[in-house]
Design a protein around this ligand. Structure first.
Ligand code: ADP
Ligand code: ZN
Ligand code: ZN
Length: 739
């Protein structure tokens, strides 16, 4: 075969754990070239898989005679625009994730499995032959039916929504159908033509000067990243809504990322009340089909507004105009397993590549984003006050070192709760630990309820009764006697939300106590029911975990109590103090959002700790400045860049051996200098989990490209290594959770 007859060879991304592409010959009977992004069916070993074309080459490292042809072509054109496809590839590369797996996990599951995009149809109605024969005023004795008939006489088909808009109910339609006059047809949804005159279904609020200034500062053309820093309730969402309105008027789309599924209905409603246009919503609670339909509505531009959680960052847009990441500090934007991307960071890259503005919003911005503002990479927009008369809450630290606590409650706190309830107001108690008690212990011999699979204690749960490991979900019954010495003197040590609920019920028997944690909000509408009850405004006490810290408006809560603020102060994870400060500030932000001023009681053993003092005497901005200074001193992110290599194995030694090998390799590829340092292998903060021993090695480097290059080379070597086969290993670039 001469070189000018060499067939085009396709480079295909195949969902496999290998960090490489695979070569295939063109499919039979497909004369045209397949473009990058097209899905194809391929044989891979003995399996049939869905692959994605990434490019072509004239030369393969495999001889032509051994290459297999592509078995089938699934798409006539690429599924996503080239710029976005390039972003997928960039992300796979940056996060050192196998490209085939990265590309396919960027797509909705249905498409990943090789199915076609389902067609979005609307129910329309049309006249039957019998209906067509009727004179114009045939139904004048039933005016509604008459009206519907006339509408159909003037139009071939009319959508269900259009009838609704004209106040013609489905009952009217059913009556006509029963008379044999009309029949339903499914009509393919047309690409929406947005009616700009009727874009808004409610008047926007009049912005207060700072909001107006923020909005005016947002440059809507070109890549412009902003950090909108305003505390909870300062009106950030209103700024988003008005920026989105401007973008829609240019005929562009807006993509908004939010952290939690529990926030979607509420946010979605707020957008729907404002905008009279389709909103595509993407979150993990959808069926595969619903998700693909929403994805396609974004892709075709049918939905001008796209709202979603983490993975929505991969959603194609027909005409991108604005990206927003709300609560940008939230750790749920970083995927913690598999393809470990950060949706927030990808939003920055995407906005840059699409040349569009990006708004990162938060009451408690991440140190990374604040640092980027300091460096002049982002523009900071501040909202310092709350709209209306709402005032800042007052902080009251309570030193519990020598205090006589009743089940975790200090005298000061009990008095404050009593007073707040007497004034007819509501109380929110924050305790970030679900279950009844974190430890069961024997009073005689000191036995402790450890999980046999994890380096962790089993949490006592009361409803239902059981011991549960919060790390591996291991379950066992609560023993009646000590498994070690058979004593009956078993006691629960420490407080969980269930126990705190019991304590509050005993102390305030006439007040409704509402517990909010993962156990009480498992049912779909449960959180909404809580919000509805609290918004009735009657005195009550909310007790719950961080689920309470997010998004919800409780205007009648005037007292927030943080039972134990010390969790993040002495953790081995360098991000723990930042997260603690964010959580405390977010919880505190629930107080006094209405007209009433709020108080925040913070119980701590370390009220004089500089970080706690800064947080309570000053504010989050001062707190974060201190932490940034600390990071500078220790040369940790954002000052340098980090990658974490994790390994776990049933045999601890195997994980250590593997990481020793990793360290040798990394030091050969990139010797330690003042720019680059290595830490480890060290046991992970939770050394044993689900029966496996976990160790880690961190690499910290001041130059991102250098780190990237080394990590890519490292991955290639690790894939070949025999030691790697004995462990589960993973790479986490810009790790958020060090445990
Ligand atoms: P954030 O997103 O910062 O938490 P929101 O935008 O949700 O704040 O605003 C908090 C409350 O204040 C909402 O009830 C909102 O309707 C109201 N609000 C926001 N901006 C204004 C304004 N300019 N005038 C009056 N009320 C406002
Ligand atoms: Zn015992
Ligand atoms: Zn466990």
């Amino acid at each position: 075969m001469t070189s000018n007859t060499t067939p085009t060879i396709y480079r295909v991304a195949v969902p496999s754990p290998l960090r490489r592409l695979f070569d295939y010959l063109p499919p039979a009977n497909t004369p045209h070239t397949l473009l990058p992004g097209v899905r194809v069916l391929i044989s891979f070993g003995r399996r049939k898989l869905v692959g994605i074309i990434v490019g072509t080459t004239q030369q393969s490292s495999v001889s032509l005679s051994r290459l297999k042809p592509i078995d089938g072509v699934l798409d006539t054109e690429p599924l996503v625009p080239k710029k976005l496809f390039d972003l997928y590839k960039w992300a796979a590369n940056y996060y050192q994730h196998p490209i085939g797996d990265a590309l396919s996990s960027a797509l909705p599951a249905l498409l990943r499995k090789g199915e076609a995009i389902p067609e979005q149809t609307d129910t329309h109605w049309q006249l039957t032959e019998h209906g067509k024969g009727l004179p114009e005023s045939a139904l004048s004795r039933a005016p509604k039916q008459q009206q519907a008939l006339n509408l159909l006489q003037q139009n071939d088909t009319v959508s269900k929504d259009e009838f609704k808009r004209r106040n013609l109910s489905s009952t009217v339609l059913r009556q006509l159908e029963q008379k044999g006059l009309i029949t339903a047809v499914e009509v393919k949804q047309n690409t929406s033509c947005l009616n700009l005159e009727e874009l808004l279904s409610e008047q926007p609020l009049t912005l207060y000067p700072e909001q107006q200034q923020a909005l005016d500062n947002i440059e809507l053309h070109g890549f412009n990243p902003y950090l909108l820093h305003g505390e909870t309730g300062s009106g950030k969402t209103e700024v988003y809504l008005q920026a989105i309105e401007k973008i829609l008027r240019y005929g562009k789309q807006a993509l908004i990322l939010i952290p939690e599924i529990s926030l979607t209905p509420q946010t979605q409603r707020r957008f729907q009340v404002r905008f009279n246009c389709p909103i595509a919503v993407l979150h993990s609670g959808l069926t595969d089909r619903e998700r693909t339909l929403a994805w396609d509505a974004a892709r075709t531009g049918r939905a001008p507004i796209v709202l979603g959680t983490r993975s929505a960052i991969f959603t194609p847009l027909k005409s991108p105009g604005l990206l927003i990441v709300d609560e940008e500090h939230d750790s749920s934007f970083k995927q913690q397993d598999g393809f470990r991307y950060s949706a927030r960071d990808l939003a920055v890259i995407r906005a840059h590549r699409e040349s569009i503005p990006l708004i990162l919003g938060s009451a408690t911005p991440s140190l990374e984003s604040l640092y980027n503002c300091e460096q002049g990479r982002y523009t900071k927009l501040m909202l310092n006050c709350r709209p209306g008369n709402a005032v800042q809450p007052r902080w009251q630290p309570v030193d519990i070192r020598k205090a006589n606590l009743s089940s975790g409650y200090s005298r000061e706190l009990i008095d404050a709760i009593t007073e707040t309830l007497a004034e007819g107001n509501q109380v929110l108690v924050f305790l970030n630990r679900r279950g009844f008690s974190p430890t069961l212990s024997c009073h005689e011999c000191g036995w402790i309820s450890n999980c046999h699979r994890c380096e962790a204690r089993l949490t006592v749960h009361r409803s239902p009764n059981r011991l549960l490991c919060h790390h591996c979900e291991h379950l066992e019954p609560i023993p009646t006697n000590c498994p070690f010495c058979n004593s009956e003197k078993l006691q629960c040590i420490g407080q969980g939300t269930e126990r705190s609920e019991e304590t509050l019920e005993a102390m305030f028997p006439d007040t409704p106590i509402i517990r909010v944690d993962r156990d009480t909000t498992r049912r779909k509408q449960a959180m909404q029911a809580v919000v509805d009850q609290v918004n009735l405004g009657e005195p009550c006490i909310l007790i719950g975990t961080q689920l309470l810290a997010k998004g919800h408006h409780f205007p009648n809560v005037t007292l927030v109590a943080i039972l134990d603020a010390d969790g993040g102060l002495f953790s081995p994870d360098f991000r723990a103090p930042e997260k603690m400060g964010q959580l405390i500030t977010q919880v505190a932000g629930r107080a006094g959002r209405g007209e009433k001023p709020g108080t925040v009681i913070l119980q701590s053993h370390h009220c004089d700790h500089p970080l706690i003092a800064t947080l309570t005497h000053q504010d989050y901005s001062a707190f974060s400045k201190e932490l940034i200074r600390e990071r500078q001193l220790t040369q940790l992110p954002p000052y340098r860049h980090m990658a974490l290599i994790r390994a776990e194995a049933v045999n601890s030694e195997a994980a250590i051996q593997f990481l020793n090998f990793v360290r040798q390799t990394t030091e050969r590829l990139l010797p330690a200098t003042n720019k680059t340092s290595y830490l480890g292998p060290l046991p992970a903060p939770m050394e044993k989990r689900s029966g496996r021993f976990r160790h880690q090695l961190s690499v910290i480097c001041s130059e991102r490209p250098t780190l990237q290059k080394m990590m890519a080379a490292l991955c290639q070597e690790l894939e070949q290594s025999q030691l790697a086969k004995r462990v589960r290993w993973s790479i986490d670039v810009d790790p958020q959770d060090m445990t």
